[in-house]
Design a protein around this ligand. Structure first.
Ligand SMILES: Nc1ncnc2c1ncn2[C@@H]1O[C@H](COP(=O)(O)OP(=O)(O)OP(=O)(O)O)[C@@H](O)[C@H]1O
Length: 243
């Protein structure tokens, strides 16, 4: 439902062809500067490719205007807006369509434990608190009629404590179960491999791997991240440990 056909951005992403299905949890991994944010921005329609074509639900991305894009996908970027002194409740709902507000606010506030923050000045939040508010705003965009929507989250776990990381990953899995395609860039390799149904690993703007997490080999991780790893088994799962 979201396809890239030989998509390239000069100096940032080599020609890449990928296909993502609805209701899938996809993790993007790769070193700093490997192209994860670039790929997410292309998939969100925030960047236009120099070559190739992106298709969203059968429609060329290039043919969709901003309102049409906003109805189909939402993206959390790493570039954090300051909020300009707004209350959290205002920042959370800014630009969110009326129907999403009616149907989604209570659920999103509960899922991300935002109720105690709503009356706070958004410029005086901790990094993790602000991140949860911005994630909430992004989720609200896709809340009504979730099936077939695309959620693109660039390092959503950055700044979140372990409890909120786990709560968010569970919530995203629920959205996948409701038909949302969720693409998330992650730096925690084990979290990515345990959470995702599909992993895309980028290396210097090229796709080094796209496939199931179970088939990710230590040799790939060691080459791409230039580390030595050990592989241990615990709690019925495999874990890569940097050595
Ligand atoms: N606005 C920009 N203009 C030109 N080049 C850029 C721009 N933003 C990023 N780049 C370059 O594009 C490449 C890919 O960057 P990108 O931000 O996509 O990497 P990333 O995998 O998300 O990295 P990180 O893990 O550090 O967030 C890097 O070489 C980066 O320097």
């Amino acid at each position: 439902m979201l396809t890239l056909d030989k998509v390239a951005l000069h100096g940032r992403l080599a020609p890449l062809s990928l296909r993502f299905e609805c209701a899938q949890a996809v993790a993007l991994i790769g070193p700093n500067g490997s192209g994860k944010s670039t790929l997410l921005s292309l998939l969100a329609g925030l960047l236009a490719p120099d070559e190739g074509a992106i298709t969203l639900m059968g429609e060329p991305m290039a043919s969709l205007d901003w309102p049409a894009l906003a109805r189909r996908r939402a993206m959390l970027t790493q570039k954090i807006p300051t909020g300009l002194g707004m209350a959290v409740s205002e920042l959370l709902t800014l630009g969110v369509p009326e129907r999403a507000l009616r149907e989604g606010v209570a659920a999103v506030v509960e899922a991300l434990a935002l109720s105690a923050l709503l009356s706070r000045d958004s410029t005086r939040l901790s990094g993790g608190e602000l991140q949860r508010v911005l994630i909430g705003r992004t989720l609200l965009q896709v809340w009504p009629d979730r099936e077939g929507k695309v959620l693109l989250l660039d390092e959503p776990l950055a700044g979140l404590d372990l409890h909120h990381q786990q709560a968010l990953l569970q919530l995203l899995k629920q959205l996948v179960g409701q038909g949302v395609l969720v693409l998330v860039s992650l730096h925690d390799l084990n979290t990515a491999l345990h959470w995702a149904q599909r992993v895309v690993c980028l290396e210097r703007g090229e796709c080094a791997y796209a496939g199931p997490p179970q088939a990710v080999e230590a040799s790939l991780i060691e080459r791409v991240f230039q580390i030595k790893t050990g592989r241990v088994e615990a709690a019925g799962r495999h874990w890569f440990l940097p050595l």
